[in-house]
Design a protein. Structure first.
Length: 175
């Protein structure tokens, strides 16, 4: 009986140690350097198969003709709400920097917090479907460190649960 108590005494610390090591390993695998200069310039890097093919900034998007649209947004743990957005079709932003999305099939949107969502080029080519937005409800979207969702984000119009929208947009990667 005393031997069983000694063994049980070590089970919880052993499990905690294994969990701590697991968390450390996963954190190391998921760690990615965030380019601070890119964040300060409010830039989005556009890649194809991992290689950079272009960049655009908040200023680039704001110089284009703004499109206003409304959509229902569902955030985790909250009811869906209708929001008014201001931005530009992603297709138009890409074409303005010399990137033709029709040369590719798939796209991944990556956020500053490493959230990644996927889509297709067919969606990007549709009118009124995929936007780069910088305004929500008449106000410019603020960066993450100010509690905002921007300065740029991807909104895929008509998404039922908003899961593929990408706040804090940092990178677009085509394949």
């Amino acid at each position: 009986m005393p031997q069983k108590k000694r063994r049980n005494k070590w089970i919880i610390p052993a499990v905690l140690a294994v969990l701590a090591v697991g968390v450390a390993v996963l954190a190391t695998l998921n760690k990615q350097e965030v380019p601070l200069d890119q964040i300060e310039r409010n830039e989005v890097v556009v890649k194809a198969d991992g290689a950079e093919i272009g960049r655009f900034s908040l200023d680039t998007v704001k110089r284009m003709e703004k499109v206003e649209f409304s959509d229902r947004i569902k955030e985790t743990g909250k009811a869906a709400v209708k929001a008014q957005f201001g931005g530009v079709l992603l297709r138009d932003v890409l074409m303005s920097i010399g990137v033709d999305p029709s040369e590719y099939r798939n796209v991944a949107y990556k956020a500053l917090d490493m959230y990644t969502s996927a889509g297709t080029v067919d969606e990007i080519m549709q009118d009124g479907k995929v936007y780069v937005v910088y305004e929500r409800d008449g106000r410019q979207t603020r960066p993450k460190h100010e509690g905002g969702t921007g300065p740029l984000e991807i909104v895929i119009a008509g998404e039922q649960f908003s899961l593929r929208n990408c706040k804090f947009l940092m990178e677009i990667d085509f394949s």
